[in-house]
Design a protein around this ligand. Structure first.
Ligand code: PLP
Length: 487
């Protein structure tokens, strides 16, 4: 827990990148270098008032400002502080989201044709990495959380079975926590994988704040994971795309991770993003016992108020333990999408809707900080009042019990798929055919169908239910018109 150590580790609160940028700005430098806005002095008038402050920090690899791809100065200093705080051997600042972290971590850990065990409800960046690596993925079905109607975490049993069935597997890739904040027995799973000599790669995109300890689940690094990727921007106060990669492995090659980050990340990394990561690390390092108590009280009070609204049900975590920052609700008579729309009409934006649920992400408040929780409570009360008075019935809960096989692979390998012809057919004719596209309801960006998978009756049922309830699909333009691509 951070707050037990923070007094001794005051240097974790320092912000070398941000300080250096401010010092550079204070010198009133004259820019004859990129970027073209020249420290903000040269910018479209229309946007200037919004962009001005941030443009002061938007510089390039000038003398003294270090280089993300070969850090020796302030960036290395910031990365060392990050590694110390999270308990990693080496940590990296990422400017292209967890997406780039997942790509680099997987490319570094596996070779072509390697068998890799993958938690099925993974983000599309995981599948993209497997595709790039020409790997042979074996998907492990997560537990289905009936009341939530969503995929949860991996069971120890399925990992045990998969490790026995695929003793030649080269890595295990898991997503912890899931989008809704649900966690599982990661420590036992890591121990199991390590007993088989394989590394555990964790997409902890939604758990950068777990390091605060106490009320939060354990962080994957502290549980012994080999490589962990976190979207700092999702739950810490960091700029969008700002992310972390932590390395702690005897089984994965650090040099390979560095090499792939070099390949995949921009050669002009954003200094505002890096500085915001510096500040976000300092922010989470400053969390003390009083902050944790305060945050817990604020969020618990908010949840209590939500559950007092007639027709609103606040979901409890399946195993009693999950991410405090996430709140998932269900509303009587309304689908998650309908409730989302009604809130947006009132200027309130939630993180994610699915057929049954609406998910809110609350901020990591420190003692004394305020947030307009009461406004959300008031809007929800007003919506539910009209909903319950005006309509009897309305939306009926969808039981989306989509159950793919517990352990499944692709019918065609990624290499083979490159040379196959694709064609478009009506969704209802697709049962038994081989999917030629990834179907990703978004958010949360978790693939329902992978290219190379046989399309089942359950797939189609779930797809049609998602379409009916207003889900969006990233990358698959024809799904909403009723078509799907097959081989
Ligand atoms: C589980 C998971 N992993 C990875 C990502 C990608 O993260 P980023 O947006 O930081 O690239 C997301 C994004 O939503 C995600 O939910």
């Amino acid at each position: 827990m951070i707050y037990t150590m923070v007094m001794m580790m005051k240097h974790w609160l320092t912000t070398p990148i941000f300080d250096k940028l401010v010092a550079h700005h204070n010198k009133k430098p004259i820019s004859f270098h990129v970027p073209g806005h020249k420290n903000g002095s040269f910018f479209a008038k229309k946007g200037a008032s919004f962009f001005n402050e941030i443009l002061k920090l938007d510089v390039t690899e000038l003398t003294g400002l270090d280089d993300l791809h070969s850090p020796e100065g302030v960036i290395l200093e910031s990365e060392k502080l990050l590694a110390e705080l999270y308990g990693a051997k080496r940590s990296f600042l990422l400017v292209n989201g967890s997406t780039v972290g997942n790509l680099a971590m997987i490319m570094a850990a596996i070779d072509e044709e390697d068998t890799v065990l993958v938690q099925r409800n993974c983000h599309k960046s995981i599948l993209h990495a497997l595709q790039l690596a020409n790997a042979n993925p074996v998907f492990l079905n997560p537990e289905y959380e009936r009341q939530w109607g969503v995929a949860g975490g991996l069971s120890v049993e399925i990992v045990e079975t998969a490790l026995k069935k695929y003793p030649n597997a080269k890595a295990l890739i898991v997503t912890y926590p899931n989008y809704y904040g649900i966690v599982f027995e990661l420590e036992r799973i890591i121990d199991l994988a390590h007993k088989h000599g394989i590394p555990v790669l964790v997409d902890e995109a939604h758990g950068a704040h777990f390091i605060a300890g106490g009320i939060f689940p354990d962080s994957a690094v502290s549980l012994g994971a080999d490589v962990v990727v976190q979207s700092a921007h999702k739950t810490l106060p960091a700029m969008t795309m700002g992310s972390f990669l932590h390395f702690n492995s005897e089984l994965v090659c650090l040099k390979q991770i560095e090499a792939y980050l070099h390949i995949f990340q921009s050669s002009s990394p954003s200094y505002p993003i890096m500085a915001s990561l510096d500040l976000a690390r300092s922010y989470i390092a400053s969390f003390d016992e009083q902050d944790i108590d305060y945050l817990f009280k604020q969020i618990s009070g908010f949840k209590d108020n939500l559950s007092k609204i007639p027709g609103i049900h606040v979901l409890a975590y399946p195993n009693g333990r999950g991410d405090l920052l996430k709140i998932t609700i269900q509303a009587k008579g309304l689908s998650g999408f309908e409730l989302q729309k009604k809130l947006e009409e009132r200027g309130v934006y939630a993180e994610l809707a699915d057929p049954n649920n609406l998910l809110f992400i609350t901020p990591l408040l420190k003692k004394g900080m305020d947030y307009p929780f009461h406004q959300l409570t008031a809007h929800l009360s007003a919506i539910m009042k009209t909903e319950l008075i005006g309509k009897a019935g309305g939306y009926k809960r969808k039981e989306l019990c989509f159950q793919p096989p517990a352990i499944s692979g692709l019918t065609f390998g990624f290499k083979e798929m490159k040379n196959l012809k694709r064609r478009k057919i009506p969704i209802e004719d697709a049962v038994g055919k081989i999917a030629a596209e990834m179907i990703v309801p978004y958010p949360p960006g978790i693939p329902l169908l992978f290219p190379g998978e046989i399309i089942s009756h359950d797939h189609i049922e779930q797809l049609q239910a998602l379409i009916l309830t207003g889900a969006k699909f990233q990358g698959s333009n024809d799904i909403l018109k009723g078509y799907i691509y097959i081989y």
